[in-house]
Design a protein around this ligand. Structure first.
Ligand code: SAH
Length: 381
């Protein structure tokens, strides 16, 4: 991130860049050149935007206009291949993003060998998910989530949100859409409490970085008015709602935000949400032992979401210090799943990723105590 007196190009839309270039007396087509160099090619620094004349590159540098790539401050690698990144912001705060490779690549991959040039080692995955944060900390106060213990420090800018994705892509030597990368807005923070910046980041990711909107999922704790705004976005990711309870009373206990926007209003918004062809809404449900994981809760849940074109992702609690709930035994999780499946709801159990490095759902809390942490060499401007 740029130091004082510097202005970051990262986070600017094509229109923002066009305005800037007009101010600088440059032709309008240079906006697209800069846009592509930053988001698509992810060049390390302004002086490497090779489509620009050298004199203009120097002018940009003299004016303190750097790209402003964030640096990776720490990297934690799990035994399951998951990597948790602490990414430095300009104000020395760090934000978390998680890289989750999936599948076994090679022969059983999707056949594309994209990225092989840049990354000559045989690949051990055929697709990967990047989980990114939308805020520093979180204000929502879900009782089972470690991020909640931080409170919220501030919103991330669109540049900081896109910067997380680009930092991970550059570190992993991958490039969408050739490489199959999924993005989930399920890291720290509540994306709908930072709506404008998140949606701007979404557009930059789709139009600039090249991640199709169908490969992105945004998850909310239930900021109901924003669901209606989101439904009207011309560019929008797939949509997930963290339900986590099967009754008003239980949800208020687990997610105090339910006092402000209750389950009934949330489900109404879900029912009215305009899905695209073949799209399903996702309901996430964190299973807490002996709290919300009984067969009767599964039946209640099935009843609640009946008629919505949805699937359910079950997440057995990822434990953490300061969290007063237990992880249910596997047979309880399977029994819960069975009941939902029987009623015709596609229901999946989310495998925890990177629990050993505090990278799993609800565990992002800038935890730095970890033996396998490695400081990362810096690159770019
Ligand atoms: N604020 C957004 C996105 C971040 S949370 C939201 O609430 O949807 C991403 C997912 O992790 C949510 O579904 C949340 O319910 C789940 N989660 C939070 N804490 C968890 C924990 N300790 N174990 C398992 N899942 C958790």
């Amino acid at each position: 991130m740029p130091s004082e007196g510097q202005k970051s190009l990262l986070g600017m839309s094509l229109q923002d860049l066009a305005r800037l270039l007009e101010e600088l007396g440059q032709p309008a087509y240079r906006a697209q050149q800069i846009f592509d160099s930053i988001y698509r090619q992810r060049v390390p620094s302004t002086d490497q935007i090779s489509t620009l004349p050298s004199a203009f590159r120097h002018e940009l540098i003299d004016r303190g206009l750097s790209i402003g790539w964030p640096q990776i401050a720490r990297r934690f690698t799990s035994t399951d291949g998951t990597v948790r990144y602490l990414i430095a912001c300009a104000d020395e705060q760090t934000v978390e993003a998680v890289w989750m490779p999936e599948g076994d690549g090679g022969e059983s991959g999707d056949g594309s060998n994209a990225g092989a040039e840049k990354n000559p080692q045989p690949r051990k995955w055929d697709r990967a998910t990047v989980c990114i944060s939308s805020q520093l900390g979180c204000a929502v106060d879900c009782q089972f989530c470690l991020t909640a213990l931080l409170g919220v420090k501030r919103n991330l800018t669109a540049g900081e949100i896109v910067g997380q994705v680009c930092a991970v892509l550059r570190d992993q030597h991958v490039s969408p859409p050739e490489d199959r990368i999924n993005l989930v807005f399920m890291g720290m923070g509540e994306p709908f409490l930072n709506y404008e910046n998140v949606m701007k980041a979404v557009r930059l990711l789709v139009e600039g970085v090249g991640v199709p909107e169908s490969r992105m999922t945004l998850s909310t704790a239930g900021i109901v008015p924003r669901i209606y705004d989101f439904a009207n976005e011309p560019v929008r990711p797939k949509f997930a709602i963290s339900l986590n309870a099967s009754s008003e009373e239980m949800r208020t206990r687990l997610m105090p935000i339910n006092r402000k926007w209750n389950l009934a209003s949330l489900l109404r918004a879900a029912r009215e949400f305009p899905l695209r062809a073949r799209e399903r809404l996702t309901f996430e449900y964190v299973l807490l032992d002996q709290v919300n994981d009984a067969p009767e809760h599964a039946r209640e849940l099935a009843e609640l979401i009946r008629g919505i074109h949805a699937k359910v992702n079950l997440i057995a609690l990822n434990p953490g210090p300061g969290i007063d709930f237990q992880t249910p035994a596997e047979d309880r999780v399977l029994a819960f799943q069975r009941i939902l499946v029987k009623t015709g709801i596609p229901t999946f159990i989310r495998r925890p990723r990177g629990r050993d490095i505090y990278a799993a759902c609800g565990q992002l809390k800038r935890t730095v105590e970890n033996a396998s942490a490695s400081p990362v060499p810096t690159s770019g401007d």
